[in-house]
Ligand binder design. Sequence first.
Ligand SMILES: [Zn+2]
Length: 455
Amino acid sequence: MTREEVETRTDEMEIDGGEQREGDAVPEGVNANYLKVYYGKLFPHADMFKWMSYGNDGKHPGCDQSYFVRREFSFTLDNDIYLRFQSFNSASELENSIKEKCPVKIDIGPVYSVDPAKRRAYAQTGDNVFTPVERELIFDIDMTDYDDVRYCCSGADVCLDCWPLMTIAIKVIDTALRDDFGFNHILWVYSGRRGVHCWVCDEKARRLTNEQRAAIADYFRVYKVGNENSHKKVSLTGLALHPFLARSYTEVLRNFFETKLLSSQNLFSSEERYEKILDMIPDESVTSELRGKWQENRRSSISKDDINVARWEQLKHLLQSGKHKGQGLRRCIEEIVFSYTYPRLDMEVSKHMNHLLKAPFCVHPKTGRVCVPIDPNQCEDFDPTTVPTLSKLLEELNMGGVKADADNDWDRTSLGKSMRIFRTTFLQPLLKSCKEEIESAYSSKLQQSKNSISW
Ligand SMILES: [Zn+2]
């Protein structure tokens, strides 16, 4: 037995030996037994059904009763079995299937022209084309795409020093979707590990064609990947910044860069790091002057000021000073900030209607964390390291056993806060406007047929 094993054993024995709190401690992890309890008691089946029905689940004669059953769900099972094109007739069918199959992941696909489970039968009749007709506009932002601008972690890891990159993405994209595109029903969700997902659910967003989706994705693009010869991955052209980029810069990017990332990522703390930034300045006289200063005071720095902040100020001062007033050089400051902060989207996810995206409230199989909604108005307070894990929720359920008569099981756990965010910031306003749309479409249809009768 190695020393490490012995120590682990001892730890376990201490836990078993009575130091635990009231209610059994539940070991971390994700397994079929945990998921059974989660889907049985906590997963919001009814809310998911209401969301995916978009108002078409009531008695109103304007409802499209075939709407929900045309939506594709996809389940990933424990043994890597992948069930695509699942469809359900009702809330209880969906709930029963999830409880029975206990998927480790649930993905949501588009609404098709016909029930996706019957797509083969339709294909044989030949008169119904099986094709996606509606799909939320979705965005996927993953921290691994930022590995060249974060030094605290890499790959799948995230921490509070790099998470602000996600906060920036939420702020920039959410504002543009609302102010520039006029969308209102936007859901942000933590992906459970290292990123965020965005669902734009307005009717006009759901009906966008692939071409229109590509155009919107393109609107957000300033970051160019694959320019290997240069660290300058952002190219801001033209005399003035596009209003969207200018607003993103002054309202979000600059502030996050200067007050958070500069210091938390130590962007100027070593030669290797500052050379990466100097590489983005196309003027030899500027870069050699800065390099000279920084190499000189490398060891003798007695200043108590943050070295990153001090060097950034020197860089800005030199680029803005009289002798380098050229437009191109002043734009460098903005380009550096954009390179280190601007959202990096996985464009392919947004461009195609039939791209699947993981459903909110799934549990990430590696971290055990629930994919909880993020309120965009409070996104600065979101902390991925405190998102409830499956085992924590089960522990809370165990401890709250005496209050088993509470209205909702999730209200007795730390999932309660996430459920309230989901309902109040997203689901309730969405359903209200869906109802109004169905009502007004129906009455204008009635009016039309009345008019044609009176003719
Ligand atoms: Zn980090």
